[in-house]
Ligand binder design. Structure first.
Ligand code: XMP
Length: 512
């Protein structure tokens, strides 16, 4: 085990992720309880994270002395580097040389930290973010690398296996950072890289059992990957003490709710309540054209229906959520910030406070691709795991203008054909998200010898890494032509198809 002591950096989880990628188990422990964490885990190596404090401030956090008394290898990153310097007899000074962003290092490649990664005499890109810097090294330490503004950017006491770096090896802007962390855990700490997602699964299950005890858990299953993986994990941990509720707003893709229900009930034998609330949702949305009001209505109804169901089930002690690590950082870093609401996102956010339940969030440490891997480990089929993202408010926000049952039916059919064509063309995985939108305009057409007056369907497809920015997908025109023909021929109610060539920004991915 590697113990990661968290001093509050925004990117501490990335350290854990890199260590996991190197096939080594790690646990993050906040600095306040690091001494107990050390006792409990008996780690073979320790990494000290970055953090917002300054070691020059009175009362700023330190690592527990046991870390240095135990003789295990230690890597200090940024604030962690300064903590090491202070605690081992060096000196840190407040920043006259603040350094943020890209910097270039020259290193002494004979250090095992750089072994096989960096060479002497070349410049290597790293990411810096600090105000303070170490000005006097503790005894036994030597410089193994420097940048223009940080002459002591990488130092080490090779005999004691202490390493301290000013830059952040865990972020992608330090392109070789993952390899350096791998060197630390493998070559320096001598740990084997045999830890896998299967082991993570077992640990996560044990942690759920410990948290939940003999309590009962409710889970709002949306059919998306995150809530599905969370539900399966909890199911493996506590079996029938988990009840999943699928609030079916009637706004999912064609047949999706039924398929999800069948899979979880039959294949996984999970206790799943399928609430058909389509009338409630669609009834409330009918005639409402304002996108924000639609989103708010769906959010409110979702909570009402879920609460009602929970009451019928006699309540529970815990509420499960498929929160991922990026959700955690986003909600932290945006707190109090001046960001504007572009769209009110729909999730189960307000539920736990209202219902007086504790949260179980078994995916809180993971990134999306790790959740997919964990899903595979739990036996979820590939086509399920690899599905495009789907918004909580569902097809309602792909139906500008008022929603009706008929419009949802038309949209579901067009969307199913579109996705079918994408799969057949082998493009599904190259596209980040693709869907049809039903416009509230009718146009004139001619089919056979007759006049038609029907709706317009817009097709959307984007590439993206995280949904924050996106480019429209550059299809071959013949693909679009064939798909349009199929939709117009097969879907009653659509007589014209257009393609959306807007990127994000300035557009958003969804139309509302
Ligand atoms: P936008 O439209 O803001 O969408 O560019 C970015 C990504 O977020 C998805 N999306 C949502 N997901 N609840 C969700 O869970 C929502 O309310 C919601 N609105 C948009 C959207 O599908 C895209 O992947």
């Amino acid at each position: 085990t590697v113990l990661i002591i968290d001093f509050g950096s925004q990117v501490t989880q990335l350290i854990a992720r890199r260590v996991r990628e190197a096939g080594v188990y790690s646990e993050i422990v906040p600095f306040q309880s690091a001494a107990e964490g050390f006792e409990r885990l008996q780690p073979k190596a320790v990494i000290l994270s970055g953090g917002p404090a300054s070691t020059t401030d009175i009362g700023s956090p330190r690592a527990p002395q046991i870390v240095f008394d135990s003789g295990v290898p230690v890597l200090g990153i940024c604030y962690g580097q300064q903590v090491m310097a202070e605690q081992l007899g060096g000196k840190v000074e407040g920043g006259h040389h603040r350094e943020f962003g890209r910097a270039y290092m020259q290193v002494d490649a004979s250090s095992p930290l750089f072994d096989g990664v960096w060479s002497t005499g070349e410049r290597h890109q790293v990411w810096m973010s600090h105000g303070d810097r170490v000005t006097k090294l503790p005894d036994g330490f030597e410089v193994i690398g420097s940048s223009q503004n940080a002459p002591l950017a990488a130092t080490a006491d090779e005999a004691r296996k202490y390493y301290a770096v000013q830059f952040h090896p865990e972020v992608v802007h330090t392109p070789d950072g993952a390899k350096l962390l791998s060197n630390f855990v493998h070559k320096i700490a001598g740990l084997k890289g045999d830890w896998t997602m299967a082991a993570y699964k077992d640990q996560a299950i044990a942690a759920i059992r410990e948290q939940v005890g003999d309590g009962r858990v409710l889970c709002a299953l949306s059919g998306g990957v995150d809530s599905s993986v969370a539900a399966l994990l909890i199911h493996e941990a506590i079996g029938d003490r988990l009840t999943c509720v699928l609030v079916d707003h009637g706004l999912m893709r064609m047949n999706e709710a039924a398929e999800v229900v069948a899979m979880f009930r039959e294949h996984y034998n999970l206790h799943l309540v399928h609430v058909d609330a389509a009338d409630t949702f669609i009834g409330a949305l009918e005639g409402e054209a304002d996108p924000e009001k639609k989103r708010k209505t769906i959010g409110r109804l979702f909570i009402e229906v879920f609460e009602e169901e929970a009451r019928k089930l006699g309540g529970a002690d815990f509420l499960a959520q498929g929160t991922l690590y990026p959700d955690v950082i986003e909600s932290v870093s945006f707190t109090g910030g001046p960001s504007v609401t572009i769209k009110s996102h729909h999730n189960v956010g307000g539920l736990p406070e209202r219902m007086n339940m504790q949260l179980v969030e078994p995916l809180r440490e993971l990134f999306k691709d790790e959740v997919r891997e964990l899903g595979k480990e739990l036996g979820l089929p590939d086509h399920f795991i690899g599905r495009h993202p789907f918004p909580g408010p569902g097809l309602a926000i792909r139906c500008p203008g008022g929603v009706t049952r008929e419009k949802i039916r038309i949209l579901q059919e067009a969307d199913a054909i579109y996705l079918d064509e994408i799969r057949k063309a082998g493009l599904y995985d190259a596209i980040w998200q693709a869907f049809a939108v039903l416009l509230p305009v009718q146009t004139v057409g001619v089919m056979g010898d007759g006049r038609t007056y029907e709706f317009v369907c817009a097709l959307r497809a984007v590439t993206s890494v995280d949904g924050m920015t996106a480019d429209f997908y550059h299809y071959d025109m013949s693909f679009l032509g064939n798909t349009a023909t199929r939709i117009i021929n097969e879907v009653r109610g659509i007589n014209r198809v257009v393609y959306d060539v807007t990127s994000k920004p300035p557009g958003t991915i969804e139309w509302e």
